[in-house]
Design a protein around this ligand. Sequence first.
Ligand code: ADP
Ligand code: MG
Length: 218
Amino acid sequence: MAITLEQLRKSYRTPEGAMHDVIRIRRLDIPDGAQWVITGQSGSGKSTLLNLLGGIVTPDEGTVIIDGTNLGALSEPARDRFRAKHIGYVFQTFNLLQGFSALENVLLGMLFAGHVEKARAASLLERVGLKERMRYRPSELSVGQQQRVAIARALANRPSLILADEPTGNVDPAAGDTIVDLLKEICREGGQTLLLVTHQPQVVARFPDVFDLSKLQN
Ligand code: ADP
Ligand code: MG
């Protein structure tokens, strides 16, 4: 899906009481099916930008328009429903539920959107190379495998946008390459727009379209 940001501004108050502008973007158009890596130093606002796109953080000013829907015009429950239906999130720390198997974690992801399909959950886990590991709990999987469960969960509800926040931050470089390539391949196959945030140069190098947050700010 296509995304348009207009006059977007988000600031936070520092402990000293001053306002600090984290995001200030005049206009940005992200085309449908794009695969962008968004980079920048720690604290440059990468997570804030992703959370503005996901409707988790609300801007001080400006609009986020996703496929014609202005997130700011939705009520909070409507925004939650929009996110559950259209956006898949992948986090640095996986955010899997420890008491549940890989398969159950993907099924629980489906529950939020109200449409549980066991065969689809199994096929997603197979797609990320975990056919033999579906019954394993997160603690019984390597960190790279845990992140692949999280990718399957992110795809559970057929989102058209995948937001990945430092998805390789907690895995070794080889597992990180696998995760990035898997995300790119799956999103290319399914036509999902992929926005991946990272500060790691080896991850940036795997994307032709690189957006440095410090240069995006205008
Ligand atoms: P990045 O993901 O690039 O490391 P973040 O988007 O997490 O950066 O944070 C950008 C800046 O905004 C940092 O200076 C951080 O301290 C500040 N910040 C983020 N979230 C909050 C918050 N909820 N309250 C106050 N300051 C915040
Ligand atoms: Mg961050």
